[in-house]
Design a protein around this ligand. Structure first.
Ligand code: GZL
Length: 332
């Protein structure tokens, strides 16, 4: 039976950011030792991080958070790979980390499927795997030690509840989906359906924009060519596709935020700016600043300590007025 990590079962609320001292690797020795605080020798933990790519503003913030957390000063040697959103490249990167004999592997898995074989190879090499951001389908959950990320179903449900509240009369909607087969695309769609249940919303079209601005614009141009001003609402599964769609909407002579109500997910700076400017109508947050929690997990797992199987980041949502208030203090 394929098990999917149920993010919703995980801890609610903010994540305790306990830090632990460095310690020896449970997976054999790699890297050198350095004197840590107080003169005690601390073994450097070598970590291979397989990132999806650089597809969105959210991804840039997530990558920076991970690089900041897995610094030499924090006791790590980071080997970073961005797979350009190609699953086969990401799996090849994980195999390379195994061959290099790293102490731990962190993966932000592009899609939910296709992970069993390479995770079995990591297990055979006694290299622990931690998932960050997206979840996966695996035949055996022991193939990874833990996952840290956001509750995508809840994000989708929050967006769907806003859409239901907004659609006070029959409403035609189009959807820009995230990367096909990715956990956020699948779960946000499920959540949106649940949150908007019973609303007079008709989905005219739903297509992937691969979480990028460029594809969001291109797909929205196609929607507008086919449906024009029949479109009254856009659900973009991330800010970047929504931002790309803005160009297409204005080019079609329509006013975003008014002719077409727009709800997106991520709450990046540019997304909240579009919201504050009245071009978006509602934005649901998906916190990308996961680096501290993931590095804490890696230290504990490498030290052989038990850790929670899943940790869920805290997300909020924003109206146009709330975006204006929040923008000055946003970290990404
Ligand atoms: C969500 C993350 C998604 C973001 C997109 O945790 O995996 O991928 O919503 C990003 O912006 O590309």
């Amino acid at each position: 039976m394929r098990k999917r990590l149920l993010a919703g079962l995980a801890l609610a609320g903010a994540i305790a950011l306990a830090t632990t001292g460095c310690s020896g690797s449970a997976s054999g020795s790699t890297g050198s030792s350095t004197a840590g605080g107080g003169g005690a020798a601390h073994k450097v933990i070598t970590v291979g991080f397989a990132q999806t790519g650089s597809e969105s503003g959210w991804r840039a913030a997530n990558t920076q958070s991970m690089k900041d957390a897995f610094s030499e000063a924090n006791g790590f040697k980071l080997i970073f790979n961005a797979a350009d959103n190609k699953q086969e490249a990401q799996i090849a990167a994980v195999r390379s980390f195994i061959n290099q004999g790293v102490d731990a592997i962190v993966i932000a898995p592009i899609t939910v499927d296709g992970w069993d074989d390479v995770l079995k190879e990591a297990k055979a090499a006694k290299i622990p795997v931690i998932l960050e951001d997206r979840t996966i389908n695996v035949s055996d959950p022991s193939l990874y030690a833990a996952w840290v990320g956001d509750d995508f179903k809840k994000e989708g449900q929050t967006a769907g509840e806003w859409a239901k509240k907004t659609a006070t009369s029959p409403t035609n909607m189009v959807v820009l989906e995230g990367t096909t087969g990715s956990a956020p695309a699948l779960d946000r769609a499920t959540g949106f359906t649940a949150g908007s249940a019973g609303a007079p919303i008709t989905t005219l079209a739903s297509q992937t924009g691969n979480f990028t601005r460029a594809d969001g614009k291109t797909v929205m141009e196609g929607f507008l060519q086919k449906y024009g001003n029949k479109i009254q609402m856009l659900f973009a599964q991330n800010d970047d596709m929504g931002l790309g769609a803005l160009d297409a909407i204005t080019a079609a002579g329509l006013t975003p935020g008014k002719d077409i109500k727009i709800v997106t997910i991520d709450a990046t700076h540019d997304g909240l700016q579009a919201l504050a400017d009245g071009k978006f109508n509602y934005v649901v947050e998906c916190n990308p600043l996961l680096g501290p929690q993931v590095s804490d997990l890696v230290k504990k797992v490498v030290a052989g300590q038990s850790v929670p199987k899943s940790q869920v980041a805290t997300d909020q949502s924003f109206t146009q007025d709330q975006a204006k208030t929040a923008l000055p203090s946003r970290k990404y």
